[in-house]
Design a protein around this ligand. Structure first.
Ligand SMILES: Cc1cc2nc3c(=O)[nH]c(=O)nc-3n(C[C@H](O)[C@H](O)[C@H](O)COP(=O)(O)O)c2cc1C
Length: 216
């Protein structure tokens, strides 16, 4: 698939088929994602690929913790959001809401969905060694970008899941990830369910002028 087409088409998947992703496909995906550039070629990332019963166990634990601690998806803002960011947030709600059953509250769908990786058969947990400063989070962002695009080109759906960082101790514990690895993000990976209404939601983007400033 053409890289430009993949960049244009890709959107997050929040409804997956129960069909497992073959080990060979996951290896191919990760070998493509790790072609990403990184500062001084440090490749500071590590991936824990969780499938099968382990993934179910992890999801159950995260959903339980989310409910116990009343954790909710949010913008991670340090101050109240300016109106233009609020509007983008509302925009996402507006494209997702019509594709959710009326009985389901948006925030519950996103909170529970994030904690169970929207039912995807595989969750990839990406960690950063604590030897690094926050500057290396940029490298993780780049590799996630490669991962979601490569997945799309391989016919897979993905959803990055930032919410899980609220449970980093639990995740390290259940997956035997060493303490010096910081959980930065998870990515739900699987085959997109073509019949799941939520997958019809297509988030929009602001016009270029809102985010690009030219200086000449
Ligand atoms: C760093 C990061 C964290 C995210 N965390 C979550 C999350 O916890 N739950 C969720 O449902 N989506 C999450 N997303 C997906 C975003 O909501 C999604 O990328 C955004 O709305 C744009 O939509 P698109 O991916 O369909 O283009 C996250 C995306 C990124 C890049």
């Amino acid at each position: 698939m053409d890289i430009l087409a993949a960049m244009k088409e890709r959107r997050s998947t929040r409804g997956f088929l129960q069909k497992p992703v073959e080990r060979g496909t996951l290896e191919r995906l990760l070998s493509l994602a790790t072609q990403a550039p990184s500062a001084i070629n440090l490749q500071p990332w590590e991936f824990t690929v969780v499938s099968g019963e382990e993934k179910e166990r992890l999801s159950r634990l995260l959903v339980k913790r989310m409910k116990e601690r009343n954790i909710s998806c949010g913008p991670g803002a340090k101050k109240p959001l300016p109106d233009y960011f609020r509007e983008r947030q509302r925009g996402l709600l507006n494209v997702m809401l019509p594709n959710l059953p009326e009985s389901l509250h948006f925030q519950d769908f996103v909170n529970e969905g994030s904690c169970n990786f929207y039912g995807a058969p595989t969750a990839i947990i990406i960690t950063l060694d604590s030897v690094f400063s926050k500057a290396r989070l940029t490298d993780i962002g780049v590799v996630v970008g490669y991962l979601v695009l490569a997945a799309h080109a391989l016919g897979l759906g993905t959803c990055p899941i930032g919410l899980i960082t609220a449970f980093d101790d639990d995740i390290r514990d259940v997956l035997s990830i060493p303490e010096e690895k910081e959980v930065v993000i998870g990515v739900a990976v699987g085959y997109k369910d073509p019949d799941a209404p939520i997958n019809r939601s297509r988030s929009e983007r602001v016009v270029l002028d809102d985010v690009v400033k030219w200086r000449e």
